[in-house]
Design a protein around this ligand. Structure first.
Ligand code: IMP
Ligand code: MG
Length: 185
């Protein structure tokens, strides 16, 4: 893998700005769900950094669970909209307040499919918290109840988002310089 500094066009959201916004979201969620039971569901793998930091700013008791989906169709239009669960929840969500925590809503197909699937399990409430929103790319309408930042249509990495599975650990969100980046394979 190339050194990230060689493919970084710009830092779009720096670490301090991210942390400040995540703190605000945590405070808002704590207020909105006060006196309610809350279950955070992280969509692996991109949502991990965000959920961990967010959770530390949520001051009410809450649980966490994790799920992974592979969206058929990342880039392949014919299958867009379907998602296959590759790792299911350990928790029964029936009657619970579920908050999905996602790194980014891009086309919207992933979240849309996850929402449809989880809705059938009859949670009490089902809402979406996304760190990033790329509205220019939207194909499926999805509600975003809690949003960190709206971003332009650029490929980003860091803070959970990957560059060919690398660099999820970076504390900022950066834009990939597509002229310099050489994808593996
Ligand atoms: P959607 O189904 O098109 O909304 O895709 C959402 C998923 O694609 C996200 O959960 C990310 O994992 C991935 N994704 C979309 N845009 C980016 C990006 O700019 N960088 C890294 N991953 C992305
Ligand atoms: Mg994701």
């Amino acid at each position: 893998m190339q050194d990230y500094q060689d493919v970084l066009a710009e830092i779009l959201i720096d670490a301090d700005t991210l942390q400040a916004r995540v703190k605000e979201l945590g405070a808002q969620i704590s207020t909105d769900y006060s006196a309610e039971d809350l279950l955070l569901i992280c969509i692996l793998r991109g949502g991990v950094s965000f959920m961990v930091d967010l959770s530390r700013h949520i001051t009410i008791p809450h649980m966490m669970d994790f799920m992974a989906v592979s969206s058929y169709g990342a880039g392949k239009r014919e299958a867009a909209g379907s998602a296959r669960v590759t790792l299911d929840l350990q928790t029964d969500i029936r009657g619970r307040n579920v908050l999905l925590v996602e790194d980014i809503v891009d086309s919207g197909h992933t979240i849309s499919a996850v929402l449809q699937m989880l809705e059938t399990r009859q949670p009490k409430t089902l809402k979406v918290c996304a760190l990033l929103d790329k509205p220019e790319r939207r194909e499926a309408h999805v509600p975003i109840h809690y949003l960190g930042f709206t971003i332009p249509n650029k490929f980003v990495f860091g803070y959970g988002l990957d560059l060919d599975e690398y660099y999820r650990n970076l504390p900022f969100v950066g834009v990939v310089d597509l002229d310099k980046y050489k994808p593996a394979s």
